[in-house]
Ligand binder design. Structure first.
Ligand code: ZN
Length: 144
């Protein structure tokens, strides 16, 4: 009788151990943690993607105009527009995130004929006016 009891209780215990991982409070808790893990991972991925997106936006988000190596004007590329610089001697245009020189009083007109620029680090130069238009907010050493 006792032997039988022992056997059955042992059997129940092992049975319980087996099914315990698959069901019960611990498993429910683990399920909750798993849900939170997924949520946290999703949030982390979203935050990372957002920061990358913002980084890219801020990198290509503005054009900076250097005159004689000094930063004089900063234009956002987010909005289309035309900006007079050097008291109207040059006009810089922004269209569809691209920067170009609308007109200039310089003799060579190379800047006016330059291709519109939109990528980080690219630039448009007007040598006669000593103007350098740089896309992005990266530090520029080559200007001086
Ligand atoms: Zn020019």
């Amino acid at each position: 009788m006792c032997r039988q009891c022992k056997q059955s209780s042992v059997a129940m215990r092992t049975e319980g151990r087996k099914t315990g991982t698959g069901s019960g409070a611990a498993a429910a808790l683990r399920g909750v943690f798993r849900k939170w893990d997924a949520l946290i991972i999703a949030v982390v991925i979203a935050a990372a993607a957002l920061s990358v997106w913002f980084a890219f936006r801020s990198d290509g988000g503005e054009a900076r105009v250097f005159v004689d190596g000094e930063l004089r004007y900063t234009f956002s590329l987010a909005a289309d527009g035309e900006y007079d610089i050097l008291d109207g001697r040059m006009t810089i245009g922004v269209r569809g995130g691209e920067v170009y020189v609308v007109r200039s009083d310089c003799s060579e007109q190379l800047c006016v004929h330059s291709a519109p620029q939109s990528s980080e680090g690219s630039m448009i130069v007007c040598l006669p006016n000593r103007v350098v238009i740089v896309i992005g907010d990266r530090e520029v050493d080559a200007v001086t």
